[in-house]
Each structure stands twice: as C-alpha cells, then as structure tokens.
Design a protein around this ligand. Structure first.
Ligand code: FAD
Length: 254
C-alpha cells in the first residue's frame, strides 16, 4: 500500500487495517514538484505535493490563482503541512475537497500500474475506475491541470460552507464578455463528486445573472440520488446545492 503523508493510512491502521507492505513515497524524486508543463499548456502538480505547497505555489499563483486560493481553505495548518494531493483524492472520502476542485478544472491523473506506465484518467471519471485502479496496483505520479486557452479568463469559485455534507464548485471560462464553457461540481453527496457541464456557452456575462437560478436547478436535477447517508430533511442537499450554485453563477456574472 502506498503511503504519502500517512494521515488516512495511519488512521485506518488504528482501526485495524493491516496492509502486508507499506511503501513510503516521500523519497521519490520530484513527487512533490509543481511546475508548468514542457508544452506550457498545463500545470503539473506532483502526487506528493502537500496542501500548503499547493496553496502557496508561485507557479499556481501566477497561472491558476483561484485554485491556490481554494486549496488554502482545506483543513488546518497541521493537516495542510502533511496531507498530499494524491492522498486526498485516493482516500476516496466523500467529504474531501481535492476531487471537487480538480474535477471542476478538468484535471487528469497521470499514473502507473503493475503492467502500464504513464496512463491518464480525468479526475471527474476516476470514481468509476477507482476499484480497478487499486486492484491493478495504481500509483499516481502527478496531476495535470490544463490551462485556459490564450485570450480566455478562467475563474474557479467554491462554496464549502456546508462541508462535509455539501460542497459546490463552479469553473467558468470567458472571453470577450461571453462564456466559453462552464462546469459545476457537487461534492459530499457521493463517494466521488458529481460533475456536469453547464449549457451556457455563448451566453453574455451580462445575461448570465438572469439565467443563474434555472441553470443551477437543471444542473442539480441531473445529479444521481445521493448515496452518502443524510439524516436531515429529505432533499435538503439537492435544494441547497441549487441555491449555492446559483449564487456562484451570479457572482461570476457580477
Ligand atoms: C483533522 C483533519 C481535518 C481534515 N480536513 C480536511 C478538509 O477540510 N478538506 C479536505 O479535503 N480534507 C481534509 N482532511 C483530509 C486530508 O486532506 C487528507 O487526509 C490528506 O490529504 C491525505 O493525504 P495523505 O498524503 O496523508 O494520504 P495517505 O494517508 O498517505 O494516503 C491516503 C490514500 O491514498 C493512497 N495514496 C496516497 N498517495 C498515493 C499515490 N501517489 N498513488 C496511489 N495511491 C496513493 C494511499 O494508499 C491511501 O489509500 C482532513 C483530515 C484530518 C485528519
């Protein structure tokens, strides 16, 4: 079993998990590097980059500042200095936030297995592939976060006020005063977040405000029934997800 910062691995060992072998990833060269890809079209975040390093990375602050600012809100400083990006994703905990933010940005995981090297999978699709990833001895090397096209402004907005039961992220790319593409992600309701592209390409930012409620409602309606148990009022999470998403859309429009 791979062990990065060890926060989840050690907690699970306290609960009885007994892996036959633990492999510490800390010494692997560049496992924590955060850099611009050679083609300058993506930021590569090493699997072992700590949350604090992501939040304070000069490269991310220069190229994807919203991601650094959102990541800064994860956990407390003790956890941020120890927990890693891949550990956050691969712990498969519904309340963890890495998969929400990275799915919204269209990031991919670059990984190897016992019989392949350099495979890639979109973070938003990883939920379906997780079991086979672990069966094949998957090891994540890095995350690849694509950059927006030249002339396009990218925003990532995020509401974690109801974490861990619900988190909502919105990524929106704009150019010339209109939306190029947008994606909403809802975390906390399933083992892996629900991501959905919003049909607002071509809409002028000045018109987005008026469409916010309808767009948010129809996105949330596509979400499969939550699988993470919830003991409060029925449909509360779905109703609130729609309200929070609508607020994020209006914030961009403003
Ligand atoms: C008190 C507390 C508060 C927290 N608050 C938040 C919060 O607000 N938001 C949030 O998102 N998270 C939060 N967390 C979770 C925290 O972010 C994760 O526990 C942390 O990121 C896990 O990283 P790690 O490196 O310690 O993982 P590890 O424990 O080392 O690994 C976790 C899992 O990932 C696998 N793994 C790790 N690296 C790799 C790799 N490169 N390839 C393949 N498999 C790998 C391991 O085998 C294991 O299954 C909190 C945790 C605690 C204890």
């Amino acid at each position: 079993m791979a062990m990065a910062g060890g926060i989840d691995v050690v907690n699970r060992m306290k609960d009885g998990l007994a892996p036959p072998a633990l492999v510490l990833l800390g010494g692997v060269a560049d496992i924590d590097a955060i850099r611009l890809s050679p083609q300058r079209d993506a930021i590569e975040v090493g699997a072992g980059a700590r949350h604090d390093a992501v939040a304070n990375s000069d490269v991310l602050l220069a190229w994807l500042p919203d991601l650094a600012r959102c990541w800064e809100r994860i956990a407390n400083i003790r956890i941020r200095m120890q927990g890693t990006v891949a550990g956050n994703l691969l712990a498969l905990m519904s309340g963890y936030e890495g998969a929400v933010l990275l799915s919204a940005l269209g990031a991919s995981m670059v990984y190897s297995t016992r019989d392949s090297r350099g495979d890639m999978i979109a973070v938003r699709k990883f939920g379906e592939a997780a079991d086979s990833f672990f069966e094949r001895g998957g090891l994540v090397e890095k995350l690849r976060v694509p950059l927006p096209m030249a002339g396009t402004t990218r925003r990532l907005l995020y509401d974690r006020s109801l974490r861990p039961i619900l988190t909502v992220a919105l990524r929106i790319d704009c150019a010339g005063g209109a939306v190029v593409s947008a994606c909403a992600v809802i975390g906390g309701c399933h083992r892996w977040p629900f991501a959905c592209d919003l049909p607002v390409a071509g809409v002028a930012l000045s018109e987005l405000h008026a469409q916010a409620d309808g767009t948010a409602r129809s996105a949330v309606r596509q979400m499969p029934e939550p699988t993470v148990p919830w003991f409060g009022v029925a449909n509360y999470r779905e109703t609130v997800a729609s309200v929070l998403l609508s607020r994020l859309i209006r914030e961009v429009a403003a």
